[in-house]
Design a protein around this ligand. Structure first.
Ligand code: GLC
Ligand code: CA
Length: 552
């Protein structure tokens, strides 16, 4: 068994992956059908976004039962068949554990509503302040306030996310025991990976207080007690299985905390996702705005995280895309002129770096944002909430649509484009979310026949297995002030790797260290060039130079 350092993980958003029965929603039999495709790509593990029974207000991140499969995705025997098919293809399965909150349709919340004290203590119920105002002045991350009236009582329940996602009370030992039971249930089904949704906000203080001067997130994020809860969960469940791979989704986190979450001796998690590099195109920290990305800030973040996590023996989960982010190829490159070169360059930056790379479905064929014209074509709850909010603030419809086109989570949720048939071969029915118009041009079938992005990913995945410096090496910034190039050095025993990435659609020049002049090109997205002390990098060129004695 290879360690998580050599693995590459592929994220599936089941609703949008492949529909098998024509209801317009992707499902487990659809995933089973495509396992050979994923095997061909070479990934070690697939992470499935939530597949549990749910009212689907937040597409399954509002769980109503942790121990079953939502009929929209299939049955438990479909799940078992998927496990079997995956195992036969040497692919492991990672499940999404949404433990900060449950759906308000979960039996626990329903029992709480029915007046059962035991279950009321599963949630964060608080009375209004003496003056009748809400328990705290916190905002929901999906817009509006974070408190909702708890039925006819004088109490309010906390929801950091949607009003139908009620935050759990992790101070209650019974809640913590239940969560360990959930993990153990899926471990017994042969699941070897867990992704923990917004896990760094589970630990709230006993007394919740008003935020002042924008310190709201610090009141519930990365609290020291979160580390205790995760360690306890580790010991009571996945920590018993040494092959298990775990990753925590960390909202607004710090390097310091991610070191603690991922240092092996702390027995918390294998690795952590952070999102700082995906906020470099936020204007004054505001997601719902449009701004060009700040390249220097992007590099500084990669370099700080890369170097400090290496120094402290922590481990990063590396990614550009997921179901909450616009497509990186549209966001950080020119998806009209340089889509193919851009997709490969972004892939190389992540796959050759220190950490475990994650691929999000469709990324391996260079899928783009769909640029829908109408607000009705967007389905995401966060997008629709903010549309309302921005309207109320007085922004014009057209202005808001421009923001949504670049920022909506639906950008990555459009159905996977499999072929040129109707609905891109995703469904024979009406897809729950429209297929992007460019599916005749961009689809799996065409990519496998004549494209080059998929093959580039295959190669990157294989390189990680063949060259120890990629999985094991340290990380060091290189020429970090260069105007167009993000570059880094990796080193492990006698091996050295230099990775150069031109983030712009115009040529540039960079000087390389002398030892690399006689190095070999491990991978590049352009026809080979002669390596000299000065290199010209073409638009969106990526080039990795290797010095060492691994011979493949
Ligand atoms: C995470 C998920 C996101 C979800 C939220 C609330 O950020 O990735 O999709 O809406 O948590 O569960
Ligand atoms: Ca279906």
């Amino acid at each position: 068994m290879s360690s998580f350092k050599e693995k590459v993980i592929y994220q599936i958003y089941p609703r949008s992956f492949k529909d098998s029965n024509g209801d317009g929603i992707g499902d487990l039999p659809g995933i089973i059908e495509k396992i050979p495709y994923l095997k061909k790509l070479g990934v070690d593990m697939i992470w499935l976004s939530p597949i549990y029974p749910s009212p689907q207000n937040d597409n399954g991140y509002d769980v109503a039962d942790y121990f079953d499969i939502d009929p929209v995705f299939g049955t438990m025997s479909d799940f078992e068949a998927l496990m079997k098919q995956a195992r036969e293809n040497d692919i492991d399965v990672m499940l999404d554990m949404v433990f900060n909150h449950t759906s308000t349709e979960h039996q626990w919340f329903q029992n709480a509503l029915a007046g059962e004290k035991k279950y009321q203590d599963y949630y964060l119920l608080k009375p209004a302040k003496a003056d009748g105002s809400l328990p705290t002045n916190w905002d929901s991350k999906f817009g509006g306030v974070a408190w909702e009236k708890f039925d006819e009582t004088d109490l309010y329940y906390l929801h950091l996310y949607d009003v139908t996602q009620a935050d759990l009370n992790w101070r209650n030992t019974e809640v913590r025991k239940k969560m360990a039971e959930v993990v153990n249930f899926w471990l017994e089904k042969g699941v070897h990976g867990f992704r923990f949704d917004v896990i760094n906000v589970i630990g709230k203080d006993a007394e919740l207080v008003d935020s002042v001067a924008g310190n709201e997130k610090s009141l519930y994020t990365d609290k020291p007690i979160v580390h205790e809860y995760i360690h306890e969960l580790n010991q009571a469940s996945f920590g018993q299985d040494e092959n298990c791979v775990t990753v925590g989704e960390m909202s607004a986190t710090s390097i310091e905390n991610c070191l603690l979450y991922s240092q092996p001796e702390r027995q918390e998690l294998s690795m952590a996702f952070n999102f700082h590099h995906l906020k470099v195109d936020y204007e004054n920290g505001e997601k719902w705005s449009t701004a060009p990305f700040n390249f220097q800030e992007l590099k500084d973040l990669f370099n700080e995280w890369g170097e400090q996590m290496a120094r402290g023996d922590g481990w990063n989960a590396l990614f550009w895309n997921n179901h909450d982010q616009p497509r990186a190829v549209s966001r950080f490159t020119d998806d009209q002129e340089y889509r193919v070169a851009g997709a490969k360059m972004l892939a190389a930056t992540v796959h050759l770096s220190r950490g475990t790379p994650f691929i999000y479905q469709g990324e391996e064929i260079g899928m783009t944002n769909p640029n829908f014209a109408l607000i009705e074509e967007y389905k995401d709850i966060e997008t629709l909430n903010f549309y309302q909010e921005l309207r109320e603030k007085g922004l014009a419809h057209a202005e808001i649509m421009a923001i949504i086109r670049s920022k909506s989570r639906d950008n990555s949720r459009t159905p996977v484009q499999w072929d040129q048939s109707e609905n891109a071969g995703f469904t024979t029915g009406t897809p729950w979310l429209k297929v992007a118009d460019n599916y005749l041009e961009i689809n799996v079938k065409k990519e496998l026949a004549s494209g080059s992005i998929f093959a580039f990913y295959q190669k990157l995945i294989q390189l990680r297995k063949d060259y120890p410096v990629i999985a094991q090496g340290n990380y060091q910034r290189y020429k970090d002030q260069h105007e167009q190039v993000y570059a880094y050095l990796r080193e492990y025993q006698e091996e050295q790797l230099l990775v150069l990435n031109n983030f712009y659609g115009k040529e540039t020049q960079i000087e390389i260290p002398t030892e690399f002049v006689s190095g070999t090109v491990l991978i590049s997205n352009y026809p080979q060039q002669k390596v000299g002390a000065q290199l010209i990098l073409r638009p969106y060129e990526t080039l990795a130079l290797y010095v060492g004695d691994t011979k493949i």
